[in-house]
Design a protein around this ligand. Structure first.
Ligand code: HEM
Ligand code: HEM
Length: 280
């Protein structure tokens, strides 16, 4: 099934993946070259796992998980398979985030530094808690086959909104953390004197913002949305079984273009679901 503006999509995806990779290389170079390296010893090198795991896991992996449905070469895969990949990547990102928190709490406790005093830590912990809630609700509503289709449709706008809200909050948290760490860590010369480490890490912050901007661009283009199962099924080149939901329309494809017997029946049964535009 062809995608509108495929070349623009490829360009945006390549930009997101390469900016994300460069950000991971930057955070590794920061901790390995400018800072104390990586270790699990209660010292500064243990803290360093915190930025490494948040940037590679909580930011990069979450970003990729968010756009995974939009990859047109996956549209021939079943929706169920794509849900497993979307959920799996998000679970992996969550595990990275939790280990990154263990690293910073353990570092604080062994150095007798107070916990949870900063705005960074408040927003960050709130984002991790909301993320875990999003994961549990996502699995219960979209993976468990018993959930009624209309509940799936009603919940979808909230799922998308809260997913994007959490992703944006995580990026804001990272920027606060980076700024704090530069202010704490740079003594002579100070942050305000722009030593090479400060400039390098400011660029890391800009890369993170750019990564977030491109991911949000990709995921908010209506014409790049994965077509609904009925649209895919009505397409002769995609002859395969749908996994669960056969209702819902895609924003890019009005239903009158796919008015097969099956889809008319699906719309009749789904009733109001069509209005939400998101049945699964
Ligand atoms: C501390 C969350 C990214 C730097 C903390 C704490 C939390 C947290 C909950 C409190 C730990 C405690 O009180 O013992 C997050 C989340 C991130 C993130 C969810 C996801 C993006 C970063 C990044 C840096 C960073 C990229 C850059 C170095 C710090 C610093 C502290 C800290 C310096 C200790 C000072 C403080 O508590 O604010 N973080 N963090 N964080 N984080 Fe992050
Ligand atoms: C779609 C975020 C977990 C199922 C989305 C979208 C976002 C998102 C932003 C919109 C994607 C698009 O429009 O292409 C998240 C986040 C999660 C999470 C941040 C983790 C905390 C889950 C889980 C499931 C799930 C565990 C269970 C399978 C879905 C489904 C869609 C979706 C079915 C609709 C895709 C489509 O029809 O195109 N999610 N999600 N999500 N998510 Fe999640």
């Amino acid at each position: 099934m062809a995608m509108e503006n495929f070349k623009q999509f490829l360009f945006a995806l390549a930009a997101a993946v390469s900016v994300g990779f460069v950000a991971i290389i930057f955070v590794l170079r920061w901790v390995l070259y400018f800072k104390e390296g990586l270790a699990w010893d209660g010292g500064a090198a243990e803290f360093n796992w915190h930025p490494v795991l948040t940037v590679s896991g909580f930011i990069f992996m979450q970003g990729i998980a968010i756009v995974v449905y939009r990859l047109p070469w996956t549209w021939k895969c079943s929706k169920f398979m794509m849900k497993l990949i979307h959920a799996g990547l998000n679970i992996l990102a969550f595990i990275f985030a939790v280990i990154s928190l263990v690293a910073v709490f353990d570092f604080h406790n062994s150095q007798s530094i107070p916990n949870m005093y900063s705005l960074h830590s408040w927003v960050g912990l709130a984002a991790v808690i909301l993320y875990s809630l999003q994961l549990v609700l996502g699995v219960c509503i979209y993976l468990i086959p018993l959930t009624p289709t209309n509940l799936r449709a009603v919940f979808m706008p909230l799922h998308i909104y809260s997913g994007l809200f959490i992703f944006t909050s995580v990026i804001a948290t990272a920027l606060m953390g980076i700024t704090e760490k530069l202010i704490f860590g740079l003594k002579d010369p100070k942050y305000k004197d722009s030593p090479p480490e400060a400039t390098f890490v400011n660029v890391l912050g800009m890369l993170i913002v750019l990564f977030g901007a491109v991911i949000l661009w990709i995921v908010t283009r209506p014409s790049w949305k994965r077509p609904s199962e009925q649209v895919l099924l009505s397409h002769p080149t995609n002859g395969r079984e749908s996994d669960d939901t056969k209702v819902g329309i895609t924003l890019s494809q009005p239903t009158d273009q796919v008015d097969t017997e099956g889809s008319r029946e699906a719309r009749r049964r789904s009733g109001k679901l069509e209005d939400s535009g998101q049945a699964d």
